[in-house]
Design a protein around this ligand. Structure first.
Ligand code: GLN
Length: 492
């Protein structure tokens, strides 16, 4: 099989081609590694390419498939992994100088599951430092660029994982989503990304940012691939006490899902001030698609959206400052030379090891948790969380799915939001509520703006409704080809 052919196939198609002997895991992996060698310098999607490990894994996969020991849909298919997910023996730097030399002694549960299924790990993808950001510009390892326009950010924080798929440097990848970090880069890069229900995918081995919000999920070219990867990584894990039992998705049912009779809600506030006209128009076109196919769509007020950003940033920073207190120069990562006493070791390790955005969040987090402000900020945020839950509970009494944009804009110019953190935070308005209440949501390429940049739509469902969400997304993708278009050409 040629590189061109491999580039145009979905992960499920590659899996089938391997099983049917039309190609091998080694051939596909070699092709992907060659593409990465050729193009990664342009986009900086990978911070580490696991060439030797990947080829060894592919060889093993080929042997196991031949011996009938590996029979799954994605056996032998390569995948890229966000660099905050622990991979045994492969540096997991989290986009930070703090973890520049951190070699995990174990695999995250999701990695173990992918390996058991015979998936091949191509390498680790770039990200905002400790997943804090929306542009992949806060990485210590330099920014990732958007394959759709290299003066554009790929979104973040899983910008490397989304850009890798958009640039044909992986067919599928894993990202993590604390407040939108799978969905928003998927939207900016024209790929599909699923943020699963909190607890359905183990967080064991995911470097913690905000533990009550963090969730690992798949990114791919289409929803069928994303659903197939989700099936591999989901399920209860005794190593993560917040994980829950969950049903595998029925991939055939996803593929053939009919939206007729579905009830879809459209929160007014998602289409309010600040949203670009092109984004609104593209999402409304998608809404029309559902109406034309027999769904009923209704607008409803959701005033709690106004509290999304403050609630999220208070909770996320509070949890982050606690989670990040473990980086002290002793147990992990960066330790400066020439230190004389313990206090200096703490101060210098953290001052030199963390970047600006991480420091800002640690300070914000400590502030909202401090005794004088705890009630005014942290407790208020928890009260707002209860109201957000209520608002979604009410919405899901009436609707099967809530639809909206993923982000108010398409991919921003590089540097545009770095100088103005508040502006960057405001861009999270459509994604963060979902994490606060642990709901599943999927970002689906829905069209393009007038500059030719991808626009994503977001489908949000009740807890454990991945089957419906993926089905509704698949129905759209069956009749629209925007997810098939790649950064510089049509692939199919
Ligand atoms: N952009 C959001 C933030 O900066 C979300 C990040 C994420 O989901 N990891 O916190």
């Amino acid at each position: 099989m040629t590189i061109e052919e491999i580039k145009t196939l979905s992960a499920l198609e590659i899996g089938r081609a391997i099983r049917e002997g039309r190609t091998s895991s080694q051939e596909v992996t070699r092709a992907m590694l060659d593409l990465i060698k050729e193009k990664n310098a342009d986009v900086n999607a990978y911070t580490y390419v696991a060439e030797e490990e990947a080829m060894a894994q592919a060889k093993q996969a080929d042997e196991d498939i031949q011996a009938g020991k590996l029979t799954g849909d994605l056996a032998g298919v390569p995948i890229a992994i966000k660099d905050n997910i622990c991979t045994k023996g492969m540096i997991t730097s989290c986009g930070s100088k703090m973890l520049y030399n951190f070699l995990p002694p174990y695999d995250a549960t999701v990695i173990r599951k992918l390996r058991d299924a015979g998936m091949v790990i191509l390498g680790k993808t770039n990200m905002d430092e400790f997943a804090m950001g929306s542009t992949t510009e806060t990485s210590y390892y330099g920014p990732t660029l958007n394959p759709w326009g290299e003066d554009r950010v790929p979104g973040g924080s899983s910008g490397g994982s989304a850009a890798a798929v958009a640039a044909d440097l992986a067919t599928v990848s894993l990202g993590s989503d604390t407040g939108g970090s799978i969905r928003q880069p998927a939207s900016f890069c024209g790929v599909t990304g699923l943020k699963p229900t909190y607890g359905t995918v183990s967080r064991y081995g995911l470097v913690a940012f905000a533990s009550s919000l963090d969730q690992i999920g798949p990114i791919g070219r289409d929803v069928n691939d994303v659903a197939a990867v989700y099936n591999l990584i989901c399920g209860i894990d005794e190593k993560d006490q917040t994980s829950t039992e969950t049903k595998q998705l029925d991939l055939e049912a996803v593929k053939n899902f009919d939206v007729k009779g579905m009830k879809i809600g459209l929160p007014e506030e998602y289409f309010g001030e600040g949203i670009e006209k092109d984004v609104k128009d593209v999402v409304m076109q998608a809404v029309k698609f559902y109406e034309d196919h027999g769904a009923t769509v209704e607008t409803f007020p959701m005033p709690i959206v106004d509290y999304a950003i403050p609630t999220y940033y208070i909770i996320a920073c509070a949890e982050a400052c606690s989670n990040l207190s473990r980086y002290d120069g002793i147990k992990y990562g960066y330790r400066p030379d020439g230190v004389d006493d313990l206090m200096e070791l703490y101060i210098r390790s953290r001052s030199e090891g963390f970047g600006m955005e991480v420091k800002r969040r640690i300070m914000l987090g400590n502030f909202v948790l401090s005794s004088g402000y705890y009630d005014a900020y942290y407790n208020k945020a928890l009260q707002a969380k209860a109201l957000i839950k209520k608002a979604f509970d009410e919405a899901f009494e009436k609707y099967d799915v809530v639809i909206g944009p993923v982000a108010p804009t398409t991919a921003l110019k590089c540097g545009e939001s770095l100088s103005d953190p508040l502006k960057m935070y405001l861009g999270d308005i459509c994604t963060v509520l979902i994490n606060i209440v642990g709901l599943p949501a999927i970002s689906v390429p829905a069209g393009f703006d007038s500059k030719g940049l991808p626009v994503g739509m977001q489908l949000i469902g009740k807890h454990y409704s991945e089957q419906t969400l993926c089905g509704a997304a698949a129905a759209f993708q069956r009749e629209n080809d925007c997810h098939r278009r790649h950064a510089d050409k049509e692939v199919k």
